[in-house]
Design a protein around this ligand. Structure first.
Ligand code: AMP
Length: 360
């Protein structure tokens, strides 16, 4: 269902998923006078404690989903692996943004790369892999080094393996669990960047400044704005974002990850939701990516994406969040903690935004 008219303050939006992204969406919504109803299977979801309502149930409990849909004015999600039939079910009962058809594309790396390249946007060389034989064939086309990734359910480097000059085909195939996959040529990128963009129900389109990203052990460690890329490349990144979200008929915030190589930008991945590399907008812009997403879903005018400050966002992983007292005492540092109780190594427990006056 599409939104007929803007949702006024006092409305309730439903969010599938109860992690830190849902929590920060709920905090932004609260500031706008909008309540959130979180739907998540985990009893201790970080978003529950800052939201008006929550439901603990599985994503395939269609009775609970029907009740959830009946109690909210629009539905969105914080993660792209919502089962397809769940999104379609909710989309028939309520306003759902982004739509179930967007999820279908973003959930499958092969469909996603095919879609992006059909728009004339550059991606890494890629080929479908369904078994050892097709992996061998794909390797003759794409060469080594290359990266074998599962088509579905991969994130933060999970479900992928690098194939170097000597890596055995059988080993690589076993490494990713012998499931439908995609082989990608290795991109010797200079930097990884991303762009956060948004589109409203009326087709209005905005994007934030390009962010430069550094990963450690496949997990985002740091995002910096401004990115060290030329103005022409930054413009190209926002043209790419505009092309993708217009073609998707997208509503909401999207994160688009890219590799920068010389003066080329290759799109790696779409995240049909608010994105970790957009957390700097909470303290670097008047309207954060979280407020922007709520605005878009609720049919409000999109907000300014202007960056008023330079910023570096650093994720606090595992016990690094124990440093909250020292970090809070740093001038120009905003500390954001997610209220998670168990600090497993590598788990995203919070982030900090170090903000300085805008230089350029
Ligand atoms: P992904 O799960 O596709 O986001 O990949 C996780 C990380 O692996 C990326 O942020 C890159 O650092 C690296 N990576 C993924 N695909 C490629 C590629 N085709 N070439 C080079 N590095 C890649």
């Amino acid at each position: 269902m599409k939104l007929a008219r803007p949702l006024p303050p006092g409305s309730t939006i439903g969010i599938l998923g109860g992690g830190q992204l849902a929590r920060m969406l709920a905090l932004a919504a609260a500031r706008m006078g909008i309540d959130c109803h979180i739907y998540a299977p985990e009893v201790d979801s970080p978003a529950f404690s800052v939201s008006a309502h929550h439901t603990v149930a599985s994503y395939t409990d269609f009775c609970a989903l029907a009740e959830f849909a009946a109690n909210v004015d629009a539905i969105t999600y914080e993660f792209e692996n919502v089962p397809g039939e769940t999104a379609e079910f909710l989309g028939r009962r309520s306003v759902l943004a982004p739509s179930a058809s967007v999820l279908k594309i973003a959930q499958d790396r092969l469909v996603e790369k095919t879609f992006i390249s059909s728009l004339g946007i550059e991606v890494a060389l890629f080929a479908a892999v369904d078994d050892e034989r097709s992996l061998e064939k794909a390797l003759t086309l794409i060469g080594r080094p290359s990266i074998l990734k599962t088509r579905r359910l991969g994130y933060d480097g999970k479900g992928q393996t690098r194939i170097d000059a000597t890596t055995g085909v059988a080993l690589a195939w076993r490494d990713i669990g012998k499931t439908p996959a995609i082989l990608e040529g290795f991109v010797p990128f200079e930097t990884e960047v991303s762009i956060i963009a948004a589109r409203g129900w009326d087709g209005a389109l905005v994007s934030y400044d390009v962010t430069q990203n550094e990963h450690e052990n496949h997990v985002l460690r740091r995002s910096t704005v401004p990115a060290r890329i030329s103005a022409a490349m930054a413009e190209e990144a926002s043209r790419i974002a505009a092309k993708i979200i217009a073609a998707l008929g997208y509503v909401g915030v999207i994160g688009i990850e890219m590799f920068a190589l010389g003066n080329r930008l290759l799109v790696n991945e779409l995240a049909p939701r608010v994105h970790n590399s957009g957390h700097w907008t909470m303290d670097g812009c008047t309207v954060s990516q979280f407020e922007q997403h709520v605005r878009a879903v609720c049919g409000w005018p999109l907000g300014s994406t202007e960056r008023h400050s330079d910023a570096t966002m650093t994720n606090l992983l595992g016990d690094e969040a124990d440093e909250w007292e020292r970090l809070s005492g740093e001038a120009g540092t905003a500390v954001h903690l997610y209220g998670k109780h168990l600090a497993r190594p590598g788990r995203k427990m919070g982030h900090i935004n170090r903000v300085t006056p805008r230089q350029a």
